[in-house]
Every structure is written in structure tokens, then in C-alpha cells.
Design a protein around this ligand. Structure first.
Ligand code: FMN
Length: 369
């Protein structure tokens, strides 16, 4: 529960709210209900927004927000203002879904990726609600990549204008930047494929572009070396991600956010990469995630394996997760997964904060007076 401060970020504690897509941004525009949801969870030391599309090409999830238009920027501004009024920093997760999308999101155009390698995993839910097979994506031409990089920069500019304290570059969970990093999905023979340096190039350029907008100390990067989500997992994952982590050390980033836990799907292609292995090659602040409880989080931080731990699912049904951790209070029952992505307040902003028996009695007595 120790605070953590660096440059422009002041975290009251080390419990971070992990990015979570919740599908409440009708027409990709953030709204008052979302502001309420984030404000309810603002005792977190830091909030990382749900994945936020950098451009129309990046869309791949129904009613997830974007940050390419003025209307979206204005919607986000209302979120950041309310979260800041509670003294909590909030960072925008910049998202391009790449091959995980479908032409139904993209006006009939094929999704783009590093290479024309099809997602063979679960089907994709398209805007009509139908589940469809993934399509073989179109490999981005090397002369399109500067435009993709500048889409990230433009998104960072709007994130800054909307009052976000920084951006997290989403290079995890099988989305576009992960598709470039991993040999499973990157079969390119140009400067963006083949060697480790080349597969890492696009991520490096995106960081450099965002660094023209925010100081590096306000830019985070998320990776998922062990994850199988979105049909990922490469034979050379250990070599790839230890190289990436080492390269990222050369930037003085806000943090490197690693899904080290296996509770979001493990590809089983070798021993999972641990936080302590990342620590050996990465010298900056490190955030662990996936399947943690408060004891394990405390342990990792006191062992110096991590500086911060983020929590996803526990924040869904416990808006006051930090207070529950601090006081050893019980958790709300987990809500139904059926409302993870459905519009409206149900399963979103309707989870109560903890009231112990004594305080409820006191309140009853006070209201009777
Ligand atoms: C409903 C839901 C939505 C998610 N959306 C995102 C997202 O937008 N971006 C992202 O990087 N991870 C996303 N994740 C993954 C979480 O950030 C986190 O890595 C995962 O839930 C594991 O952490 P946990 O065990 O604390 O829940 C999502 C997870 C859930 C359950």
C-alpha cells in the first residue's frame, strides 16, 4: 500500500487498475456512465483505461472507445476530470486490434496485421452480435507503417488534450504490436520482420512517436510473453520477450507492464517467463499482472520482483478494492461474465462498496435520529 512517485505521476498506493474493455462506449464515444465507473474505482493508485482505438482501422471490439476524434477526446475529458478530482492519475491504453478484428468493423475492408496469418482461435463477435470466423488479414505494406506510427502519435496528442496522465502502449494479448513482435504472426522479410531487432522495430517507433507528445516517464508498455489469448504463443517466446524487455530498458519508461501470471491463458511452449527474469534484463519500474491476490502482490513487491501490481477482474465487482485489501474486508461475489461487455449500468456501476455490520448499524442509528 506504499505510495510511489516519479516525475509527474503520484500514486497513493501500488494497486493499479488493469485495462479492461467493458463495451459501454456506444459508437466508440466515452460517456458519463464510464466516468462514473472509473470514478468509483479511483482509490486505485493508478487507473489504466480500457483499450482505446487509435484510429478507425484499429477498431475490433463493439462499443469500445476511441481517441481519434474531437467528440471522443471531449468524452474522455469528462472521465479524466472526475478521476483527477479524487487525486488519482489515469493513463490511456492505446489499442490497435490488427488481425483480431473483422471486416464487419471496418466497412468491409480486411483487418491488417504484420503478415497474412489467420487467427485460428475463438471466433470474433462482430457488431451485429454474431460470432464469425476470423479472416486472413492483409499484411501492412512497409510504406503504410509510418502512417500507423503517426496514428499512435495523433492518439497520444488527443489523450494529452483529454487530460490523461500518460499512455500505455498495448503490445500484449495478440493485438497489432504483439503480432509484429512474435514470430508466429510476423513472417515479414522487410525491416519489420525476421530478426528480433526487426520485429521490435514497430514498437520502438511507436514509443519514440509517443515520446514526442509525453515524456517517457509518462509512457508505459504492456506485453504478455506467456499468453495464448488471441491464438498467440511463439516457439521463441523466451528469446523474443527477454530481448524486448532488455531493449525497453533503454527508454526511461513510466513502467513495463507484464502479464506474467498464467490465469488469462498460457501457451505452454516452455517455462513461463517470470517477473524476476524480466527484472534481470529490464532496469525500470515493473508492473506485474494476472491472477494476483493482495498477499501475492505484497510478496512480489517486498521481494523486489515488481514495483506495482495491476488487478483486472477483482476491480469489476469491487469498486473499493483498495479499501478491501487494506482492511481485509471480504469481496463482493463476482458478477456474471454476461455483463462484462453489455451496454448499461448492470454489472458495471451497480456493485456496492463495503459496509461492515458495525458501520451499517451506526448508519441505521444515525438515520433513525
Ligand atoms: C473484461 C475484461 C476486459 C479486458 N480488456 C483488456 C483491455 O482492454 N486491454 C488489456 O490490455 N487487457 C485487457 N484485459 C486483461 C486484463 O487487463 C488483465 O490482464 C486480466 O484480467 C488478468 O488480470 P486479473 O487476473 O487481475 O483479472 C481484460 C480482461 C477482462 C476480464
Amino acid at each position: 500500500m506504499q505510495p510511489l512517485h516519479w516525475e509527474n505521476l503520484e500514486l497513493n498506493n501500488r494497486v493499479v487498475m488493469a485495462p479492461m474493455t467493458r463495451g459501454r462506449a456506444i459508437h466508440n464515444i466515452p460517456n458519463a456512465l464510464m466516468a462514473e465507473y472509473y470514478t468509483q474505482r479511483s482509490s486505485a493508485g493508478l487507473i489504466i483505461s480500457e483499450g482505446t482505438f487509435i484510429s478507425k482501422e484499429a477498431i475490433g471490439w463493439h462499443n469500445a472507445p476511441g481517441i481519434w476524434s474531437e467528440e471522443q477526446q471531449n468524452g474522455w475529458e469528462k472521465v479524466t476530470e472526475r478521476v483527477h478530482s479524487r487525486g488519482t492519475p489515469i493513463i490511456c491504453q492505446l489499442w490497435h486490434t490488427g488481425r483480431a478484428s473483422h471486416s464487419d468493423f471496418l466497412n468491409g475492408k480486411l483487418p491488417v496485421s504484420a503478415s497474412a496469418v489467420r487467427h485460428e482461435g475463438d471466433k470474433v463477435t462482430v457488431p451485429s452480435g454474431e460470432e464469425k470466423e476470423h479472416e486472413t488479414p492483409r499484411a501492412l505494406d512497409s510504406n503504410e507503417l509510418p502512417r500507423v506510427v503517426s496514428d499512435y502519435r495523433d492518439a497520444a496528442i488527443r489523450a494529452k488534450a483529454a487530460g490523461f496522465d500518460g499512455v500505455e502502449i498495448h503490445a500484449a494479448n495478440g493485438y497489432l504490436l504483439d503480432q509484429f513482435l512474435q514470430s508466429k504472426t510476423n513472417h515479414r522479410s522487410d525491416a519489420y520482420g525476421g530478426s528480433l531487432e526487426n520485429r521490435y522495430r514497430l514498437l520502438r517507433e511507436v514509443i519514440e512517436a509517443c515520446a514526442g507528445v509525453y515524456p517517457l516517464a509518462q509512457i508505459g508498455v504492456r506485453i504478455s510473453p506467456n499468453g495464448s489469448f488471441n491464438d498467440m504463443g511463439s516457439e521463441d517466446f523466451r528469446e523474443t520477450f527477454l530481448f524486448v524487455a532488455e531493449q525497453l530498458s533503454s527508454f526511461d519508461l513510466a513502467y513495463l507492464h507484464v502479464l506474467d501470471g498464467l490465469a488469462f491463458g498460457f501457451h505452454e511452449l516452455g517455462d513461463p517467463i517470470t517477473l524476476s527474469e524480466i527484472r534481470e534484463v529490464y532496469s525500470g519500474r515493473l508492473m506485474g499482472n494476472c491472477g494476483y491476490d493482495s498477499d501475492e502482490a505484497d510478496q512480489r513487491i517486498s521481494d523486489d520482483d515488481a514495483d506495482l501490481i495491476s488487478f483486472g477482474r477483482p476491480f469489476i465487482s469491487n469498486p473499493d478494492l483498495v479499501e478491501r485489501f487494506a482492511n481485509g474486508w471480504e469481496f463482493n461475489p463476482q458478477g456474471s461474465q454476461e455483463t462484462w461487455y453489455t451496454p448499461g449500468a448492470e454489472g458495471y456501476t451497480d456493485f456496492p462498496v463495503f459496509k461492515d455490520a458495525d458501520s451499517s448499524e451506526m448508519e441505521l442509528e444515525e438515520s433513525a435520529r
